[in-house]
Design a protein around this ligand. Structure first.
Ligand code: ZN
Ligand code: ZN
Length: 135
């Protein structure tokens, strides 16, 4: 194993970024993660955070969510799951209690002569807070 200082620093940065992301379920932007990580590593740059997020996504440790908005959001939960987007406040929630639909994948495969790797589904509407405010 490579024990050079640079390697260890890189690993520490990546570990901290991963820990920060796994510690929240808000699906934050890279900027938010940068602000959190900076508290522990004041010298880290936004570019480093971006690079590490890209690397972690490549390794399958995290998921990069791109919902057609300007900024990618990141998810510390790499297991496939559905998301709910609140059209009122913009919050992104993990859908709980509903499993990823494997039957749907089979249906797509059988009817289209393709092999499905995974699928994502987005639900839009009002989150519970906004639903209550709406009355
Ligand atoms: Zn909301
Ligand atoms: Zn999620």
């Amino acid at each position: 194993m490579d024990r050079k200082k640079g390697f260890i620093r890189k690993t520490r940065q990546r570990d901290l970024i991963l820990k920060t992301l796994r510690g929240t379920d808000t699906h934050p932007t890279a900027d938010w993660i940068y602000e959190q990580v900076k508290k522990e590593m004041p010298n880290i740059s936004l570019g480093t955070v971006y690079r590490n997020l890209g690397k972690l996504a490549e390794l399958g440790e995290i998921t990069e969510l791109n919902f057609g908005s300007k900024y990618s959001r990141f998810d510390g939960n790499a297991e496939n799951h559905y998301h709910f987007v609140c059209t009122e406040c913009g919050k992104i929630l993990d859908v709980k209690g509903c499993k990823v639909d494997k039957e749907l994948e089979k249906c797509v495969e059988q009817n289209n002569n393709v092999e499905v790797d995974f699928h994502t589904t987005l639900f839009y509407g009002f989150c519970s807070d906004c639903k209550n405010k709406k009355g």
